[in-house]
Design a binder for this molecule. Structure first.
Ligand SMILES: Nc1ncnc2c1ncn2[C@@H]1O[C@H](COP(=O)(O)OP(=O)(O)OP(=O)(O)O)[C@@H](O)[C@H]1O
Length: 362
């Protein structure tokens, strides 16, 4: 890497820190609510019906329809969609808070659908944690006791669990409030307690179900930053539900967009913005500032005869806004280089087309 490359922030790419087998792997997952639920996934005819038709014919709602994805270790995987698109149902199926109707859910290689009640309890206590919109704190317990509650259930001794609880209370920025009761805290602080409680047991995956939707915009932004900071510090795999695109783009390494229970597109923020799969995604991303999301990979072009090839070098994952100054200041095109290989070049024209909002996209 050249010095210039290291100085510039890069998009947190899914490929940068995720190697190895997926933590969560979902294949052909269905959740159908209603009287003939089991028949729906196997019936080509019923699968082909619209939501309305399926309801009229069978009285069923297919909340999740044939969903497939993998979540890599350390990844922040966001599930996004409008109200009713099936986000909550999908994420609840991953921990079997809701029983899937068909398909596979593997967690660290283990088939979750085959887990008996005892194994499920163990997984929920030791491997998964959930953070909900409504914090679900115990009103008569102090912050430290709310945070250590899961450890108590696990049978951890008082001294040890209090020590651990105080560590995570500090981690989420609540030092000084250990002995407060939930109703003495603001919404944002209560959600920090929710976060601390989820982290206390050192789970392998944190599931967030619209955790910040009820918070004021400013507090919400603080909490998003908090999740990013915690993710950097503790590096947990996270599955995060939201209906807010800016939250998804801010937090997600990859984003799965759902509509009517189906996956519409799954990709990095720049993939969704740079190459939306259909009009639904295009509509979602139309107000996004492309310069903030697109990377040089999306705007570079192949060098042509006559192009100077001795300009400065940048990596393909540098975000356009971050590269603007360097590109405009250079008197020759910037070379987009990865692993010593020239991928393309970016000049003033390519940058200005995005910054001025003229870049055509997909
Ligand atoms: N227990 C249930 N019985 C019947 N239908 C249900 C049940 N739970 C959810 N649904 C239906 O499944 C569909 C998906 O709901 P879900 O709550 O998963 O969507 P969502 O995207 O999380 O929406 P929101 O953001 O409003 O929570 C909706 O049509 C909903 O009415």
């Amino acid at each position: 890497m050249t010095p210039t490359q290291t100085e510039l922030p890069q998009r947190r790419g899914a490929s940068q820190d995720q190697d190895g087998a997926p933590v969560v792997s979902v294949r052909g997952l269905w959740k159908v609510f209603g009287p003939k639920a089991d028949q729906v996934p196997d019936s080509e005819e019923l699968c082909g019906l619209t939501r309305r038709e399926l309801m009229d014919r069978t009285g069923c709602t297919a909340a999740v329809r044939d969903v497939n994805f993998d979540v890599s270790p350390g990844e922040v995987f966001v599930v996004m969609g409008l109200s009713g698109s099936g986000k909550s149902t999908l994420v609840r199926c991953l921990t079997r808070l809701i029983e899937p109707t068909a398909g596979e859910v593997n967690f660290e290689g283990e088939d979750i659908r085959g887990a008996d009640a005892r194994r499920l309890r163990e997984l929920r206590r030791r491997k998964f944690s959930m953070v909900f919109q409504h914090f679900g704190l115990l009103p008569h317990r102090r912050v430290v006791d709310n945070v250590s509650y899961g450890l108590e259930i696990r049978g951890m001794g008082k001294a040890e669990r209090t020590k651990r609880a105080l560590e995570v209370v500090e981690l989420v920025g609540l030092s000084g409030y250990e002995n407060s009761y939930p109703d003495q805290l603001s919404g944002g602080m209560q959600q920090r307690v929710g976060l601390a409680r989820a982290l206390a047991g050192d789970p392998d995956v944190l599931f967030f179900d619209e955790p910040f939707s009820a918070l004021d915009p400013l507090i919400r932004r603080d909490m998003q930053n908090e999740v990013i900071r915690l993710h950097h510090e503790v590096g947990k795999t996270m599955v995060f539900i939201t209906h807010d695109l800016s939250e998804a783009l801010k937090l997600g390494d990859r984003i799965l967009i759902m509509r009517d229970g189906k996956m519409v597109q799954c990709g990095t923020g720049d993939e969704l913005v740079g190459a939306p799969a259909d009009d639904y995604v295009r509509e979602f991303v139309k107000d996004v500032s492309r310069a903030e999301v697109l990377t040089l990979r999306w705007i570079m072009r192949a060098p042509e005869p006559g192009d100077a090839l001795d300009g400065p070098e940048l990596g393909p994952d540098v975000v356009v806004r971050e590269a603007t100054r360097a590109v405009l200041a250079a008197d020759r095109p910037v070379k987009v280089v990865e692993g010593g290989r020239l991928l393309g070049i970016v000049g003033d024209e390519e940058i200005l087309a995005v910054v001025a909002g003229q870049e055509g996209g997909a």
